[in-house]
Design a protein around this ligand. Sequence first.
Ligand code: SAM
Ligand code: SF4
Length: 506
Amino acid sequence: MQTCASSPCSTDTTDTRSFLDRVIVRDEIDRYYQDGRDFIDDDRIERDLKAAVNPDPSRVRDILAKSLAIETLLPEETAVLLQVTDPGLRQEMETAALAIKHKVYDNRIVTFAPMYISSHCVNRCLYCGFRADNRQQQRRQLTLDEIKAEAAAMCGRDGHKRVMAVYGEHPKTNAAFIAESLQAIYSVEVPTRRGRAAVRRINVNAAPMSIADLKTVQQAGIGTFQVFQETYHHPTYARVHPAGTIKGDYGWRLTSMHRAFDAGIDDVGLGALFGLADWKFEVMGLVTHARELERYSGVGPHTFSVPRLHPASGSEISRHTLSPFSDDDFIRAVTVLRLSVPYTGLIVTARETKELRERCLDLGCTQMDASTRIGVGAYAAASVDQEIDKQQFLLGDNRTLEELIVDLARRGTITSFCTAGYRCGRTGGCIMDMLKTGKEGKFCKINAVLTFREWLDDFASPASLAVCEPVLNRELAAIEAQMPAFYPTVKAQYDRIVAGERDLYF
Ligand code: SAM
Ligand code: SF4
C-alpha cells in the first residue's frame, strides 16, 4: 500500500535515467510510424495554412455544409476556416458550430472535477509548476485513504459523479498505483440528503504508457484516457521539454493513443497547451491527430481539450507565453475545432474565466469542470484558497458546481451527470456512430434528465431548485413529445429516482 510522501522535492532519490530507459518502449513508437516518420508534418501544416489565407466565402460555406453533415474535415479545410477573419463569415461559423453542438449533444453540458493525486514528477516541462527542478513546489502524493477522502468530498459535498484523476510522471505513480487509486475512488459511497452518492466515472490524465501498463489501468475501469500533446510543433516541443527527459520524446507522446487503442482503451482525449506555438498550428495538429486515430482504429477522439498556459510556480514562460493566444484567438480555436471534428466533445476548463467559458457555450463546448481545486488533497482540506506553490497553475473560474449548474439553467441548459456510456459499452466506434447520427443526443437526453433529478434532490438549495426545475420539466416534456412510446418507461425510472433510488440509467 502506498504511503504518504510529502517532501519539498520529488526526485532527489530517483534514478531518473533508468526510469526513462524503462518507461519508453521504442518498438511501441516505431510501429506506428510510416517510413520512419510520425504523422505530423510541420511543413505540410504550414503550407496548408499559407495556402488558405484570404479564403473565398463560397469555399468557406461549402466547408460549413460538410461540418453540418457531421463529417470530419480535411486538414486543408480546417486551414481555410482558421484563416477566416471577416466578421460576417465568422458569425456564420459560430452559428454553424452551435447548430452542430445541438445536433450531436443536444443542449446539455457534462460536468466533472479534476482530482490531483500526485505532484511528483521526473520531467522538466518549462511551463509546469510540478517540473522536477522547481524547488518551490511543495510535493505531495495522496495515500489510498487520502484519495478516498478526496472522493468523498467531491461526490458527497459537491455532488460530482465524474472525476478526472491527474498524475505527475514518477515511479511512485506507476500503472499499478494508478489502477489502485482508481479502485480506491470507485470504492467510496457516501449518504446524501435523499440517497447516496459515488464517483461513477473516472477519466485519467497521466503520462503516456506502454501497452502493458495501459492494460493494467484499463482493467481498473477507466473512462476517457487523456494525454495532451502540449504542442504539435516539433521545434517548440523540443524547446519546452528538455532532451533526456521522458517527456522530451515527442514520438512517445504522439503515439500514446495508438497504444491506448491497442490496449483496449477506445475512449481517448486529445489536447494542446495553447500559448506555446502558433495556435493555428495547434488546431491543425489536433485535427490531424483526430484523423490519424480515425484511420488507425476507426475511432476518433472522444474529447478535445484546449488548456491555455496559466501562471505556474517557478515558471517564467508560463507568465509570458511563447506565442500570443488572446481570448479572441481562443474563441476562434474552439469554433474551428467544433466545426472540424463535429462529433468530438469539447472541454473548456476552469483555467479560463467565467465570461470566456460562457462564450464558449455558444460555440459548442460540451464539458466543464466546477468546484475545481487543483492542489493535491485540496478537496478534503479546510482552505479553498489557491496556493501557487502547492498546485500546478492558477485558475480563472472559481464557481462551485451548484453555481455553474444554476448559471447553465438560466441559459436553458441542462447539466448531465450521465455516466452510462462506458458502463453500457457505449464507447469507441459504437458511441462515434451514435454521435454522428444524432442518436446519442436523444439517448443522453434521457440520462441527463434522470441524473439531474438525482443531483437536484441530493444537493440543490431551494433557490437553485427554483431555477433548475423548469429546465428539467421542459426536458421531460420534450422526451414525452419526441418519444411518446418510450416515455412511460422513462417516467417510471424518474419516479423511482424521486423516491430515493439512485444510479438508474438507460
Ligand atoms: N503529467 C502528465 C502529463 O504531463 O502528461 C499529466 C498531468 S499534467 C499535470 C496535465 C496537463 O496540465 C498537461 O498535459 C498540460 O497541458 C497542463 N499544464 C501544465 N502546466 C500548465 C500551465 N502552466 N498552465 C496550464 N496548463 C498546464
Ligand atoms: Fe510533469 Fe506533466 Fe507537469 Fe510536465 S506537465 S512537469 S510531465 S506534471
